[in-house]
Structure formats: structure tokens, C-alpha cells
Design a protein around this ligand. Sequence first.
Ligand SMILES: [Ca+2]
Ligand SMILES: [Ca+2]
Length: 494
Amino acid sequence: MSITRVRSNGTRGIARVAATLAAVTMMSAGLVGGTGSASGGADWPMWGGTPERNMVSSREGLPFSWDITTGRNVKWVADLGSQTYGNPVVSGGVVVVGTNNELLRDPKQGGDRGVVMAFRESDGEFLWQVTHEKLSTGRVNDWPFQGVCASPLIVGEVVYYVSNRGEVMAVDLRGFRDGENDGPVKDEKLTSERDADVLWRFDMMEGVGSFPHNMSNSSPVAFGNLLIVGTSNGVDESHVHVPSPRAPSIIALDRTTGKLVWEDNSVGEKILHGQWASATVGRIGGVDQAIMGQGDGWIRGYEVSTGKKLWEFDSNPKDSVWPKTRNELISTAIVADGLVFIANGQDPEHGEGVGHLYAIDATPRGDSTDTGRVWHYDRIRRSISTGALKDGLLYYADFSGYLHCVDAKTGKPRWVHDMLAAVWSSPVVVGNKVYLGDEDGDLTVFEHGPVPKVVAEMNMGSAVYSSVVPANGALYVVSRNKLFALAEGAHRAK
Ligand SMILES: [Ca+2]
Ligand SMILES: [Ca+2]
């Protein structure tokens, strides 16, 4: 496969990474916030739709073709900043997405900032925004113009997300439009209806000593009253030195107060580069586990209520060498069919290379690299995507632009499709269709099944780093600078 075929857009990678990283069934008692992909619930309140992060929805009747030029099947379009790497989430009638500040909505909040914007779900009207100035340390911690990268999480009336300043934020879904200044934070300087009502913030740089490499990125996941978040702790500009080896990779906060509950630092100074992954929560072997890829290329599972480490799995062959063949983990694990699925890869700026995809049994304890390996698929290239598993078929994309359909039981390939452009996005199964976007801005729709079949391909006008989000009769797609709400039968006038 050609290395040069994949175009780079020239901006600094990792931060961009964040991006794609930047996505629950209510079954297990503690899991919070999901309406359940399996149950066909309406909202999509987090990365992956549910805490198990499996990119699958049983929603029916969503469009699989549209035309952004004529407006066919386009319900509404909202403008975002100039670079958008995060994914929208939808809950309580509100669509929330991270972007940058190049669409200046408030002259009082000028300059380069990370921004989270909220829109009304029904018609796309802008509701409120929160902005975060860039860190004064610059690109080593907070890359210019990358904005807020990871998907937020909405639980009830609260939006949780990680800012470009390494803060875990909790803000009111209703902002100040409810006439109340909610939460412990009462000293917001901007309190109009278009501003955000902050409930609390937890600064991971100050609170646990994290040193984010290039960008802070993690999509929070909730379990009961806990919020599980990755810290993004990484190397410094030397790309060798880990300035904060004692900082944890993963933390749990109290959702109500923002106070630290548990933390784990199994990685220590073994961080290869950065840590931009998001945690997954699923019940396996009777234990509710938090599972996350970490900066040394290992995946770890924790008892989610206590933070006790249960198992750890090396995603790289023992003879691999960073950065040529040893990879980091940017992909979010999914829990499906009682197993954990995850692929490794690298910062897109590092280009293409070998990758590894695994099915992992999360019941063995300790070092489970051998005991937990159900299968290993080595035809995948470096990937920053997250998987989607339905009817025994696992879809997984790689950065080289291939969409792999793999037998989830055996790890044997069923088919591979070449998107002919780099893929940051994750495949999402909606009903009997599979959606995947690429860096050329093409969004391809496949028939879900053991045989490859392209149903449609639409260009979205600029790169699609995000993954499609199905919610309440609409499909949300984010390009570099626009948020599209697509619905069957809708027609947006020019
Ligand atoms: Ca409020
Ligand atoms: Ca407040």
C-alpha cells in the first residue's frame, strides 16, 4: 500500500488526534447516562453512545444519502470554528460539540481558544458557548487552533468535557437560560443567555500534576456518581523526557463535586509519547470495569468503583521498537459480546505503519497479554479509530484508509475496503448501514454484512474527522467547520 497516497493536511497531528477520540446499556446498575444502543433509545449522550462505546445504533429510518448542495435530506446546518475534531453529543434537546474560536461569536472572548458550543436539537439555533484561553506554555501542552477536541458527555442536565487546558469541566446543559447560576462555581464573568453556566472544574495539571503532550483529550464516561477520565499526561518537547512521571494516566472524579476519588499511574515514566485515549466502562465476568489504552501501549482494566487494577495487556509484540513498530493507544476500547476490542496506532503526524487489533478476554487477572488474548488481527495498519460490532461482524478503520470487516469470534477477515484517504473517524453502524468519513471529506455508507457493498458516498465539503452520530431521527455529521443535521425527507432551502 502506498504511503504517499494518504494526504496530510499539514497541521500538527496529535492534537488533531484528540479528535477522533477524541466515543451503555443501562443494564449494569452503575452505568449512567446512556439510553442504550441495543434498546434503540433516542439520545446519543456520549462518545460511542453508551459507556461500552460500541459504535452501533438500532435506530431506523435515518438517511443514507443526502446532498449538502441541494439541501436534500438536510435538516439544518450550523457553523463551527475552523478546525473541529470532536464529535457531537445529543441529549435533552441539545447538541453539544467542541471546536475552536475561529467563528467568533463573542468579541469579548477573542483570540485562539478552545470552545464548546451548544445548539438546539430541533432547528440548530445556537444556544450558548464556553471558551477556554490557550495555555501560556504553548504548543507543548496546548496546540494552536485545535480547540476542544474530545466528545463531551451529557448526564441528565450536566455536560462534562475535557478542555484544551487540561481541565475536566462540568457545565449546565441549560446554561443561564434556566435563570439560575447553578453549581459550586458562582463567579462566572459572563452570564448572558449565550454564556455557559459552570458547575465545577478540576484542573488535571494542578490537581494531579498532569503534563499534557500537545493537547488534552479524553471523553469522560460515567459510572454511578463517578466520572472516569484520561489525563493526557505525556512527554515534553524533547519527545524523550517525561516531566511528570508521577501523574496518573486515569482518574475518577465525584460527578457532583469534582473531587478526586481514585487514580492510577501504572505507566510512570514509560510513556512513549502522549495519552489521548478515553475510558470505556462495561460489565465483564460479573465485574464493572473501566478499561483504557495507556501511554506505554498497554491496555488496563480496573474495578471501576475502586480503581483497583485487574489486568493489563501489552498491545505490541515484545520485539517491537518505538516509534517504528511499537505503537501507542489512541483508540477507545469497545466492550461487546463479553469481550474487549481495541487497535493500536500512533499520532497521525507520525504517518502510516503496522498496527494491531485484538479481542481480549477481560477475566484473567494480572499480566493478561497471553492469557487474555482471544485473537490478534495483524492486517490492520496504525489506527486511531474505535470499533463497531454487530451480528458477529467487527468493523474497524485504520489511518491508512482501510475499513476492515472482521469476524468477531475468530478474528478472520471478511472484507476490506480502501477509502483512498486517511481515516481518523470511526465506523458507526446505524440500522443495517455502516457509515465512515475520511480526510477528503467523503462519507461512505456501506451495507452492514459479510460482503462489501457501498450504498452511497457523499462529500461533506471538508475533512470529516468525526464519526456520525445518530439521535432522535437525525444523523449528525461534523466536517472541519460545520455541523450537519441530516434527516430523511428534510429539505433545507438555500
Ligand atoms: Ca443554570
Ligand atoms: Ca455556575
